[in-house]
Design a protein around this ligand. Sequence first.
Ligand code: HPA
Length: 274
Amino acid sequence: MENLNIAKLNETVAFIQSNTTTKPVAGIILGSGLGGLVNDLIIETSLAYEDIPNFPVSTVKGHGGKLLFGSLNGKEVVMLSGRFHYYEGYTMQEVTFPVRVMKMLGAELLMVSNAAGGMNSQFKVGDLMIINDHINLFPEHPLRGKNDENIGPRFPDMTEPYELDLISKAKEIAAKNNILVHEGVYIGLQGPTFETKAEYKYMHIIGGDTVGMSTVPEVIVAKHMHMKVFGMSVVTDLGIREEMNVITHEEVLEAANAAAPKMALIFKELLGQI
Ligand code: HPA
């Protein structure tokens, strides 16, 4: 697949626009088990991925597969229910295709959530972390290849990928609602293995607070298209030597689901303020 296939993007966007009247101001990617937000969305249009031209199709247990349009806390949004992970075998272009579509539909803000392992000794399972920066350890880059200057710059600036203003608003919302939130650095890598003890230690040493298998490619593409970004991790397991246990996908989903209402509240309130 080419780096940027404008014709395909245009075809997808035209199809979607002929199927919905929603004009999204934000695009929301719902991470592992964090489906809570869907319940608060007043759905106007629901499109199955397989019905959308050029859209990849989701394969992982626990991930849906719908592009949802509607109103959330008074704002028109598009939601990606079921995201595409690089470890599933999708190319970086497929993983990030929905983000480009969201922006072309009018979304100026990308909101992302993920399930992640926590390396910071202050973190407990079920805690939430606002992402204030990331480290990209994916083996492939979504912007590698020919660039189209009409879409975005060849060498995008990444000094502040996560919008500071939104981070401080989210912290205020959390405080007002008695929700504990941390702030920190998310490391994105390909998986699908969870980390070894030595790898978690390494992730912490190089500056990571959480680690997961998503988000970074989507955020890079959002920045390429000049979108604002807000992201949060839910800590579903700990990569801290003394507290480390065997991790299963089921435990990750369970912890993510338990924390979902708190995360949903922050996303919703924040959206109301933009
Ligand atoms: N590592 C990588 N990805 C993850 C983890 C983890 O510990 N937990 C949830 N997703």
